[in-house]
Ligand binder design. Structure first.
Ligand code: IDP
Ligand code: MG
Length: 136
């Protein structure tokens, strides 16, 4: 049975700044995820606050929104079989210290906040996040 999905991936400011976008794209492509749309953008703190609003009650929310808006990011729509879970697997755990070997966060993450990538965590959020960035 086919389970073709789309999910949103973001290369966060720490990784764009270190020129890791192409290396991260290769990891997705080499694992059967297709990049069907992408763009490099620099969002405002208000846009970051909207994107991360599920975390608004967290103590690190303000810092998180400041960080995501601190420099350019590279946003992508990834498509493939089980793309949502596959992307999460390729990303690794939120804290790079806890991430499995060869995951993006293990390879490139600096800290729990500068962890190089974002990925949608469910079909519902994938749709919301894709619409936020790619539905003019
Ligand atoms: P995820 O990115 O693995 O889905 P979430 O729990 O959704 O992790 O958190 C969103 C983002 O918030 C994380 O990627 C990370 O950058 C940041 N974050 C999560 N927990 C902490 C924390 O305890 N301190 C600082 N930043 C955090
Ligand atoms: Mg999350």
């Amino acid at each position: 049975m086919s389970n073709l999905e789309q999910t949103l991936s973001i290369v966060k400011p720490d990784a764009v700044e270190r020129n890791l976008t192409e290396d991260i794209k290769k990891i997705f492509i080499n694992n059967d995820l297709k990049i069907v749309n992408s763009k490099k953008i620099h969002i405002s703190k208000e846009e970051a606050a909207d994107f991360y609003k599920v975390h608004q009650a967290k103590p690190f929310y303000d810092e998180l929104c400041t960080y995501l808006s601190s420099g350019p990011i590279f946003v992508m729509i990834l498509e493939g079989e089980g793309a949502i879970a596959l992307n999460r697997k390729l990303m690794g755990a939120t804290n790079p210290k806890d991430a499995e070997p060869n995951t993006i966060r293990k390879l490139y993450g600096i800290s729990i906040d500068k962890n190089s990538v974002h990925g949608s965590d469910s079909a519902e959020n994938a749709k919301i996040e894709i619409d936020l960035f790619f539905k003019n």
